[in-house]
Write a new protein. Structure first.
Lengths: 435, 164
């Protein structure tokens, strides 16, 4: 069966197209594990649909649990690609070119995963269509004033824009691949390349479209996480009703996005043997960005907590106390360690900075940012204004399984993407090497 | 008729286009084909575009449509708002913003497809087969001017010129 990509042309193409061919044992093992964990998560979701949302640990007063934590976390991760890629593209940072596609792919997959969580959280996912605006039998329209509808429109716009933003610079690569591929790959690449001929009119249009998309997607990306922040900030709940939540969430999203990008790049560099293309300088630059965002994160966190502490409102102090010295304190201080102490030490001391330590810092930030999302949601819900209504949340095996499966889904999507499409844009890489 | 010349570097392509223009050929008669974007001196091969305008028009149109639609839905089934206005700019501003952005994204993509010619399913003239590191310049000319065009291309370093 002819489904290969013949490696002709220069060394660059040979190297960047090589991962498209064949399957190593490690690749197949990773794909199988990711598939099994993902399938287990899907079956747990099926179990939840059949048995009802009661199988999850969400109880009064904590009506938002792991699902909403994951929603905020994955939407944050989605800022890895489009936002970082757009900023670097608009500032014309030459070093971005081997990094952008890996980042943009993260955005699309993370958004798909993140957007699934409110649907999982619904309990009855089939009723999702009630959020779609169409004239229905009950003559009701969706409530456009609800932040839930804001989420739907913001995430739909961001997902559409991100898919286009990922797809556009892939077209020239797909056209070139179509010249060298056989079998179903040939049909796939030919279909997706839309008859690209490489004329200067097409290059001009592509570059113009990419610049305009970068500007637009930047505005959308900022709005998306601001809207997610407003899901919380619009509620008059202790430690949520804050004016800095929008920028705090956006900064956190970029922070976790860069961390995800560093980890993903480190893995594909090793697994796909792209050491010559994803060089230490790329990690070094991303490491500096990660350090900058770590400092920004700690600044926002201090702001948020100091204001609450100084205000000394009983309801806010209840949540504050839970976070810094109560039941959630171990998580809080571990989060500070992961998001600030460890990255600061590893990234600010030049001698310690290497691909390995930057990856470790990125991994720590991912853990820290997931805990941060947990700590934003749970302490506030556990300690509402009415003291008698206080409660606690313990996740069930269903929620833990579904959470684990989304990480597996991310790995699986990424592995499949790397086998279908070059993870580094050949023409962009070549273009910068000429420049 | 078409003449297609093959070059190995961007400066030669720039020189060829300059020579062709000096001989009276128009930018609309020329096409450059390559596997990577070719950086030519500014103004040498201008391609007019309406992408920015189209994006602004698309954004504004969808934004206005969103406002009209949301306003219609709020009055079509009036929810109890406790004396607050049925249609609120503050509470629905996010929706309008996102639809405006969606309009810009969609129109940018659509304009890209139109301006790049990717929607033209049947190209009358087949494009040259691209090889990495090779740049092709295609000139549209009548038979009477073919010799002039050929001279311009060969003089500026074309390694191979073919007629199609």
């Amino acid at each position: 069966m002819g489904t290969t990509v013949e490696m002709r042309g220069d060394g660059l193409r040979s190297a960047l197209w090589r991962p498209l061919n064949g399957f190593s044992r490690a690749y197949l093992l990773a794909l199988a594990v990711a598939f099994l964990v993902g399938a287990w998560g899907l079956s747990c979701w099926g179990y939840q649909i059949v048995r009802g949302i009661g199988v999850a640990g969400i109880r009064r007063p904590t009506m938002w649990g792991f699902y909403l934590v994951n929603f905020v976390f994955w939407i944050g991760i989605s800022h890895a690609g489009t936002l970082i890629s757009a900023i670097l593209r608009l500032t014309d940072a030459g070093w971005r070119k081997p990094v952008t596609r890996a980042a943009e792919a993260i955005t699309v997959f993370a958004l798909i995963i993140g957007a699934a969580f409110p649907i999982i959280h619904l309990g009855r996912p089939l009723l999702f269509f009630w959020l779609l605006p169409y004239p229905n039998s009950r003559l009701l329209w969706p409530n456009f004033r609800s932040p839930l509808m804001w989420d739907v429109t913001a995430i739909s716009t961001y997902l559409t824009g991100s898919v286009i933003y990922l797809y556009l610079p892939m077209i020239p690569d797909l056209a070139e691949l179509a010249q060298h591929a056989t079998g179903w790959r040939l049909r796939l690449y030919r279909l997706l390349s839309l008859g690209w001929t490489g004329s200067d009119r097409q290059w001009h249009s592509l570059e113009r479209a990419m610049k305009m998309m970068a500007g637009t997607i930047l505005a959308v990306a900022v709005s998306v996480h601001t809207v997610v922040a407003w899901d919380f900030a619009m509620a008059v709940a202790p430690m949520w009703h804050s004016t800095i939540y929008g920028p705090y969430f956006v900064a956190g999203a970029i922070f976790s996005g860069i961390a995800a990008l560093v980890v993903a790049m480190s893995v594909i560099r090793k697994v796909l043997h792209l050491e010559n293309y994803l060089q230490p300088v790329h990690f070094e630059n991303l490491g500096k960005l990660l350090l900058l965002m770590s400092l920004l994160w700690v600044y926002f966190t201090v702001n948020e907590h100091l204001t609450a502490w100084y205000g000394n409102s009983p309801a806010e102090m209840g949540v504050f106390g839970e976070r810094v010295r109560g039941r959630f304190a171990p998580y809080f201080w571990f989060m500070v360690f992961c998001n600030f102490v460890l990255p600061f030490v590893l990234l600010s001391i030049r001698r310690l900075r290497s691909v390995a330590t930057i990856t470790i810092a990125g991994f720590a930030v991912l853990i820290g940012m997931w805990i941060e999302r947990f700590l934003i949601i749970l302490p506030t819900l556990s300690r509402p204004h009415l003291p008698a209504a206080a409660g606690f949340y313990t996740p069930t095996w269903v929620e833990i399984s579904i959470t684990a499966s989304t990480f597996a889904a991310m790995v699986m999507f990424y592995l499949i993407f790397c086998k279908l499409f070059p993870i580094i844009a050949v023409w962009e890489y070549k273009h910068v090497s000429h420049g | 008729m078409f003449l297609t010349a093959e070059f190995s570097d961007a400066p030669s392509v720039g020189a060829a286009i300059g020579a062709l223009k000096a001989c009276g050929f128009d930018a609309a008669q020329m096409d450059v084909f390559s596997t990577e974007p070719v950086e030519l001196p500014e103004g040498l091969l201008e391609r007019p575009s309406h992408m920015s305008l189209a994006a602004v028009v698309g954004a504004a149109s969808l934004g206005v449509l969103a406002i009209l639609f949301v306003r219609y839905t709020q009055y079509d089934y009036p929810l109890i708002t406790g004396g607050m206005p049925l249609f609120s700019w503050w509470a629905t501003g996010v929706i309008f913003y996102e639809f405006t952005m969606f309009g810009a994204i969609f129109t940018t993509f659509a304009t890209f497809l139109v301006e790049s010619g990717l929607l033209e399913r049947h190209h009358a003239i087949p494009a040259p087969v691209l090889l990495a590191g090779r740049i092709h310049v295609r000139v549209c000319c009548d038979a009477g001017r073919a010799v002039t065009a050929m001279e311009c291309l060969q003089r500026t370093g074309a390694v191979n010129v073919v007629e199609s």
